[in-house]
Write a protein that binds this ligand. Sequence first.
Ligand code: ADP
Length: 375
Amino acid sequence: MVEVTREMILAALGKVRKIDNGQDVVSLGMISGVVVRDGNVGFAIEVDAAEGAAAEPLRKACKSAVEAVSGVLSVTAVLTADRPAQRSDSTPDQNATSQTAPLPDSQGIPGIATILAVASGKGGVGKSTTAVNLAVAMSSGGARVGLLDCDVYGPSIPRLMQLSGQPGTSGDSKLLPMKNYGVKCMSMGFLVEEDTPMIWRGPMVMSALEQMLRDVHWGELDILVCDLPPGTGDAQLTMAQRVPLTGAVVVSTPQDIALLDVRRGIAMFEKVDIPVFGIIENMSYFVCSHCNERTNIFSHGGARETAAKLGADFLGEIPLAAEIRETSDAGEPIVLARPQSSHSAAYRGIAQQVLQLCRAAHEGDGRQAPNIIMM
Ligand code: ADP
């Protein structure tokens, strides 16, 4: 088989011209982060922030050009913007594709029964750790589970799920998810070199996300758990709108400020009519790993009160425990590393509730409901 090289990719991209000035994307310095591994190619196209979704046809043209290179098995082309908008005085090409071309409408993904968002009002509250432990708990209980790392700014799923390398491709040139602990995973961390600087704007994030959602061979899943980027900004809002979510859970720590963020998180999903299944309080209280004594270092119980006030369910609390951090950081989620611990039981309890809520959300809409597990 022909060995695909970086030079071959750049040569192919050198033939893709930008419609507003006729120059090719390579000479314009728009291509960065080219990665070639065993015929799987990834690269970023830097565009002006103002171009937004209008740059989508250019991304598609670049992707097609590289797909045509002999030996290329898969192509991941993402838009990124780290330069301010530039004024272009050139006359637009007659054949120019509409500058307002919208991204495709969000539709359900065939084969995926439920899509759950795991969100948080701010970073560092343990959202990814929670998403991973819930996904693994659901999978160990017998559900068919996928995990999508929507955090293109700081993907952490590869590390938390102890996955490295690049995803393979299927016959129809879709990416195959990487799998560990029974969970099929996809993350920008598999597709872009760790040291590739990427500065994202909303529309570019969506283009990457659409690919990870729809150009991946997920197969039949009872549930796809989406680890959303932290916060409630525009990017998260668009994501909540564009990913066909069944519902969302919001992870919070007990401090008041975090709870203010929770309110914003819930309001964000309400704005786009996504049901919030409930709140999970993480780092709820401290459990000493030596004597097992419990200390409420923050004002414990805040999430339960907020949930009640907002009419959302309180799904459970997870303690602040060294074991959770150690297992998580070692890429071995606690629900597998220490299945007998009370912390694992807490994750399993929440996982089961969430699956039940997903099933309830499907009642009446005639769609395939997720497989409920008995743990
Ligand atoms: P986020 O996704 O909200 O940014 P992470 O899941 O990456 O947060 O967690 C941030 C840090 O906190 C990680 O080092 C993780 O191991 C640790 N952590 C998360 N939950 C707990 C917990 N319940 N107990 C102890 N450490 C935790």
